[in-house]
Ligand binder design. Structure first.
Ligand code: UT7
Length: 377
């Protein structure tokens, strides 16, 4: 029997703080009218001082595991797609692994700009189909507000913070992730870039003074690229799944700009009611935008078992990717029962105790040396 990778859980986390276009117009020379007509964005969420990419990722992951009814200990792999990791290293995925108590899981970050979630989903599905993994957690999480130059009106109006996650599990049959296509064109690397902070230009007073740790973007060129690849990648993925566009119930595109989405929908001859859009609420949350939109589409009852959904993204790299999923779970799902929520809450408290215990043991080890560890003291 063929093994497929089914999405069995999903979750999102958005910061409470809302920054509207009018709020932004008080900071930079812009207007609600300009932002709405050029991008479709009305507001975005901004992480507070206690929030970060990892905290948002952890909350989205817990929600996804709750929906799947899966214990974190059963996870084989955790992938966090992000352009704004907690640190250069360790990977944000390891912080998520520790907070979840996913003691059997490998964990790593994936950097493919705003296409990161589709890349991670594709990789996770292949890991499951090959038999290497049974249960994989895929997260897209970002705190772009931390790398945006709040004095640059051409970029600061576009981005927001948030996280979305899905649980992929091995299942028998031919549903789940049916196909994926990934692409890259590094000749456009400079079109969307944080110039400093990596090995090419390590941080220095000069890089800070020049604003080289912020997002730099050639908006027009990225726009042209996006309108070229979105429809093409979607079509290729649909073809690879052995389907036609008529069989697609919903397109969930990367939420960057309504004009880019409309242009792709037009090229694919998809009517508006078969294209999911929530960028007016959250702006562009990079690798988090597709999983957040998927969660909201499910919550709104836009996906039914048997439906085919296309996820398509583009971004820094330049990269692009599209995946076709045959939806398998009935929606809306029943609320997670109280006992399960309590059990998970206890599990996560235990995970933090375990983490603290391991840190203490490591300190003790360093203090007393190997003989103590070997029971010789
Ligand atoms: O995840 C991938 C991330 N990136 C993207 O998806 C970006 C793709 N690109 C875009 O979405 C669009 O190119 C933008 C929304 C960034 C810009 O829209 P545009 O229609 O391409 O505007 P533009 O860059 O051609 O600028 C038009 C004018 C310029 O003024 P002048 O030179 O014509 O006098 C800009 O200075 O609009 C001005 N402008 C603004 N005005 C008010 C640029 N940003 C703003 C602003 N408010 N926030």
């Amino acid at each position: 029997m063929k093994v497929c990778a089914q999405i069995t859980g999903w979750g999102k986390c958005l910061p409470q703080r809302i920054l509207t276009n009018d709020d932004l117009a008080k900071r930079v020379d812009t207007s609600d009218e300009w932002i709405r007509t050029r991008t479709g964005i009305a507001a975005r969420r901004i992480a507070d001082a206690r929030e970060s990419t990892a905290t948002l990722a952890i909350r989205a992951a817990r929600n996804a595991l709750n929906v799947a009814g899966l214990s974190p200990q059963k996870l084989d792999l955790i992938i966090v797609a992000t352009a704004t990791p907690e640190y250069i290293f360790p990977p944000t995925a390891c912080l998520v692994q520790d907070a979840l108590g996913a003691s059997r899981a490998g964990a790593f970050d994936l950097s493919a700009g705003c296409s990161g979630f589709v890349y991670a989903l594709s990789l996770a599905a292949h890991c499951i189909e090959s038999g290497a993994c049974h249960n994989v957690l895929v997260i897209g999480a970002e705190t772009l507000s931390r790398i945006v130059n709040w004095e640059d009106r051409s970029t600061c109006v576009l981005f927001g913070d948030g996280a979305g996650a899905v649980v992929l599990q091995a299942a028998e049959g031919d549903g789940g992730v049916l196909s994926s296509v990934l692409g890259a064109d590094g000749s456009g690397a400079d079109l969307l870039i944080i110039p400093a902070g990596g090995s090419r230009r390590p941080p220095s007073p000069a890089t800070v003074a020049n604003g080289e740790h912020y997002i730099h973007m050639d908006g027009r060129e990225v726009y042209r690229f996006a309108t070229r690849v979105m429809a093409r990648a979607s079509r290729e993925a649909v073809q690879a799944a052995g389907l036609t566009m008529e069989q697609v119930a919903l397109l969930i595109p990367h939420q960057a700009n309504i004009r880019i989405i409309d242009s792709a929908a037009h090229e694919l001859s998809l009517p508006k009611d078969r294209v999911y859009v929530n960028l007016q609420r959250y702006g562009n949350t990079s690798a988090a935008s597709i999983p957040i939109a998927l969660c909201e589409a499910i919550e709104e009852g836009r996906l039914q078992p048997g439906d085919h959904v296309v996820l398509v993204g583009f971004g820094a790299g330049l990269t692009w990717g599209a995946a076709v999923v045959r939806w398998g779970r009935p929606t809306p799902i029943r609320p997670v029962p109280l006992w399960r929520r309590t059990a998970s809450w206890l599990g996560y408290r235990l995970a933090s105790v375990r983490s603290l215990g391991m840190r203490l043991l490591r300190k003790l080890d360093a203090l007393l040396g190997a003989p103590w560890r070997n029971g010789k003291r």
